[in-house]
Design a binder for this molecule. Structure first.
Ligand code: AOF
Ligand code: ZN
Length: 351
């Protein structure tokens, strides 16, 4: 199963909105096949695993055990059910990493295998498998995307100064870490003031992999057309009070004035199969996610040498939180916090 998880992680940049899944076929303590879910819409881990078996080993499949980090699927989606494939190949035993929370599967894969007389063993350390797919699990169980809040603060806990001059708080190494996150998350969200003040492009330039979809709140449509967020490098969604339209790579989504803006954004993401979002500011937007208890993890980057003394205070995490891990990169300390309101992420494994 450890090998399954290693394989699964290779799908980090392309599997979403699907989960990362790995599979290993074992005949008498020898691995005769391995595979993982490489890309959304393409074959599942079990298919790639079984297809990888060398012709001279094919006769062993019906005497092997298949390990899969997620319950084999039971539904016809973009691909046919993996449970059917396992039954057809007459694999006598399946070790399942964890149950699939997706409504069309959710135990039905396991039932199907058992009904066909296959021995199904549930992996003892299923939390490791769940943690790997924390975004996918949160999306299906909470019916909203996984939310990571991120900000950089000075040693005295300010995220910006009072002057118009932009102060660089984080350093090159921690910026790279953020770009890695941008490659892993499906979307990135900012508020109006951040867009106007910083004119960010929100693309991933310092890491391999894709750009996230850019989400911006601009209720009065005050962000100029030539701002970087509208460049052609990634799709952009503008949540506003005035119009619904699609112009090139920019979609304008009309929201209601009297309902929570972030609830409406999360609902939009759920409908569009956007399983995770990275919230990069500003202070008001981050604080509203905290106040509405709609966050899963927070990444706080603190520059230990910088004192701003006067400016915008960093958001304040409240409620039940715990520290996940900490990385020190030159002057910056990156601390990941976890909201204990997400019961599906009980373990810190797989981080
Ligand atoms: C598996 N093995 O490797 C993966 C599974 O649209 P489809 O056909 O690709 O189905 C997507 C769903 O299948 C996804 O939401 C999840 O429930 C499951 N993913 N299942 O047996 C795999 N990636
Ligand atoms: Zn499948």
């Amino acid at each position: 199963m450890t090998r399954c998880l290693e394989l699964a992680k290779l799908g980090i940049n392309h599997a979403a909105p699907n989960p990362m899944v790995g599979a290993v076929l074992v005949y008498q303590n020898r691995i005769i096949g391995e595979g993982y879910h490489q890309k959304y819409g393409e074959p599942h881990a079990e298919v790639n695993c079984i297809n990888s078996v060398q012709p001279e080993d094919e006769h062993l499949i019906a005497q092997s055990t298949i390990y899969v980090s997620l319950e084999p699927c039971a539904h016809y989606g973009k691909t046919p059910p993996c449970a059917d494939l396992i039954i057809r190949k007459q694999i006598p035993k399946v070790v399942v990493g964890c149950r699939d929370p997706f409504e069309s599967v959710n135990g039905k894969g396991i039932e199907k295998l058992k009904a066909a007389g296959i021995e199904v063993e549930m992996y003892a350390y299923s939390q490791q498998c769940i943690a790997l797919n924390k975004r996918f699990f949160t999306f299906h169980i909470k019916k909203r995307p996984f939310v990571l809040l991120k900000w950089a603060q000075s040693a005295d806990h300010f995220i910006g100064s009072n002057s118009d001059k932009r102060i660089l708080i984080s350093n090159e190494l921690s910026n790279r870490e953020v770009h890695k996150l941008r490659s892993e998350y499906s979307a990135i969200l900012i508020g109006t003031n951040t867009a106007l003040k910083d004119n960010p492009s929100l693309t991933n330039r310092l890491w391999t992999g894709k750009n996230p979809i850019r989400l911006v709140i601009d209720k009065q449509l005050s962000i100029p057309n030539d701002h970087q967020i509208f460049n052609a490098e990634a799709p952009t969604v503008v949540f506003n009070l005035k119009k619904a339209a699609t112009i090139g790579n920019v979609e304008f989504v009309k929201i209601e004035a009297h309902t929570s803006t972030i609830q409406q954004i999360l609902e939009y993401c759920y409908q569009k199969n956007i399983t995770s979002i990275l919230v990069e500011g500003g202070q008001k937007l981050l604080q509203s996610f905290i106040d509405e208890s709609l966050w899963d993890e927070a990444l706080v980057i603190e520059n230990s040498h910088l004192y701003i003394q006067n400016g915008t205070h960093a958001p304040l995490l409240k409620g039940e939180i715990s520290q996940l891990n900490q990385i020190v990169l030159e002057n910056d300390t990156l601390t990941y916090f976890k909201s204990s309101l997400n019961p599906y992420l009980l373990s810190d494994d797989g981080k």
